[in-house]
Design a protein around this ligand. Structure first.
Ligand code: SF4
Length: 496
């Protein structure tokens, strides 16, 4: 943003991206006229909490202290490491030589972190934090030294040879260079925009719409956006690998207002609802039944599902999401957290057969508690039928979504009884029982692919079919899957 202070703009963009991570937030800015040429402000918490958004004076002081034409911002969604100020990004490496001084933000998860850690430990590096971001920081500084810091393109090319996983990086150097790169598999989205005020890049287009939506550029796998003199330039730093865009971005993670690689999230969710309606086998009428979404991601899914099964009106609101603030009242108890997350509307639910539509079931705590407590006990629903717009999740994610092990996934023990997303009759009933539902239906793999409009070869669906797109994803899966099957068989509760 030539001639302006980019910090307030970054603050607004981070608020627009708050759904991607609520654990922490931070901004780094660059000003060559300051003694501290890269300055940062970061800590755990939501964006408004971190930057004093509720206190005009505090907010203005923080923004003034960060004054700079160039900068990067980050909201943290942790998949590794605990949460202290040090874990919040942007990370920074301070150095007396300007090209070695840098700050960066990272979206994703490194699948070969263990091997990379061993590699730098052998070279004498010391790791302080339990997070892949620290490992990435050391490799970046190593590459900078190796290439004399002159060429971010060469630095990222080397990174792409060593790193496996999802890693979109925004990078601000003490020389004033500012770039944002998308990993060669394109697992996470990245987009940029050229405006009259300057150039901006964000993980999702929703953070760019305040400018001009029609001007958005989608950065492709293996490309980087260079932001120089207020101009956006896209360059390739390495050849793209097999594209593996995460399907879960469309269903769960991304904002419903965003477009990913040119495809609107909202339209995809709507098509998921239509596909779910296609496999509905209950005789549903609007006298005995109601259709409700789990707020907020499932709204467009429930909407199009209700329309497609012939309801005269779209869904009813049977559940309201409670205020999204950090709360300590539940003492970290997951079930209590879910109980406090929603409020039911008994006048909609009482005595009805309720179809509740959600985007996904991962661990089942949320759904099981919601069905039993909110819908049946408080709401007074007669029956609850669960419809899920994602096929059964049977395997962990090694690329940045917080589903870390087979043990935590409700559908994982049923893998052998699930065919292309369709559990056999008994498995379906068993899972339904575990979530206290009267019936359960998942979207099929084919239904999901129809809704996405992508070929299977262009996306990652590895948590659904264990076809991981990267070498280390495959390797981690083999080891973890074998261990899980052994443990599960020894428990004798495979149910097969
Ligand atoms: S494993 Fe699943 S959640 Fe992870 S990147 Fe692939 S599709 Fe997304």
């Amino acid at each position: 943003m030539p001639g302006g202070n980019v910090a307030p703009q970054l603050y607004q963009m981070m608020k627009d991206l708050q759904h991607r991570g609520q654990a922490g937030a931070g901004i780094s800015t660059f000003d060559p006229n300051r003694s501290i040429i890269i300055k940062k402000h970061k800590k755990p918490g939501r964006v408004t909490e971190v930057f004093g958004g509720a206190d005009e004076r505090e907010f203005s002081e923080i923004m003034a202290a960060l004054d700079g034409e160039k900068g990067i911002g980050h909201t943290r969604y942790g998949t590794s490491g605990s949460l202290t100020n040090r874990h919040v990004q942007p990370f920074e490496r301070v150095h007396g030589i300007r090209y070695k001084w840098f700050s960066f933000g990272f979206n994703g998860h490194i699948a070969n972190r263990t091997e990379l850690e061993e590699g730098i430990r052998k070279e004498g590096y010391h790791l302080m934090l339990d997070t892949d971001t620290e490992v990435l920081m050391h490799y970046l500084s190593k590459y900078i030294s190796d290439v004399n810091g002159a060429d971010p393109k060469e630095m990222f090319r080397r990174l792409s040879e060593d790193f496996d996983g999802a890693y979109n990086i925004s990078f601000l150097q003490g020389t004033g260079d500012l770039v944002a790169m998308r990993d060669p598999w394109g697992i996470r989205p990245l987009s940029g925009i050229q405006t009259d005020e300057g150039a901006f890049v964000a993980s999702e287009t929703c953070a760019l719409y305040r400018f001009r939506p029609e001007k958005v550029t989608h950065i492709q796998p293996g490309e980087m956006a260079v932001l120089e003199d207020g101009e956006l330039r896209v360059e390739r730093y390495c050849p793209a690998k097999r594209k593996a865009l995460c399907f879960f971005e469309f269903l769960y993670f991304a904002s419903v207002t965003s477009e990913i690689d040119g495809r609107p999230v909202y339209e995809t969710r709507k098509r998921c609802g239509e596909e779910l309606a296609r496999i509905e086998d209950q005789q549903i009428n609007d006298r005995e039944w109601v259709v409700i979404p789990v707020p907020d991601t499932a709204r467009p899914i429930a909407n199009s599902y209700a329309k497609a099964i012939g309801f005269p009106q779209i869904f009813d609101e049977g559940l309201i999401a409670a205020a999204k603030e950090r709360t300590f009242i539940d003492g970290g108890d997951r079930r209590k957290k879910v109980m406090n997350k929603f409020l039911p509307i008994p006048s909609i639910l009482k005595g009805k057969k309720v179809i509740v539509v959600d985007d996904s079931i991962v661990r089942s705590t949320t759904m099981a508690t919601m069905v039993k407590y909110h819908l049946k006990k408080i709401g007074g629903a007669k029956e609850v039928h669960v419809r899920i717009a994602t096929p059964p999740i049977i395997a962990p994610c090694y690329y940045g979504i917080d589903m870390r092990s087979f043990d935590e996934l409700i559908a994982a023990p049923f893998e052998e009884r699930i065919e292309k997303g369709v559990p056999d009759e008994d498995a379906q009933q068993e899972i339904a029982g575990r979530i206290n539902a009267d019936s359960l239906k998942y979207l099929t793999h084919d239904g999901l692919l129809n809704a996405l409009g992508f070929d299977r070869s262009e996306i990652c669906m590895a948590c659904l079919d264990r076809r991981y797109p990267t070498p280390y994803g495959k390797k981690l899966d083999e080891g973890a899957h074998e261990l899980f099957r052994k443990r599960d068989r020894s428990k004798g509760d495979l149910g097969c």
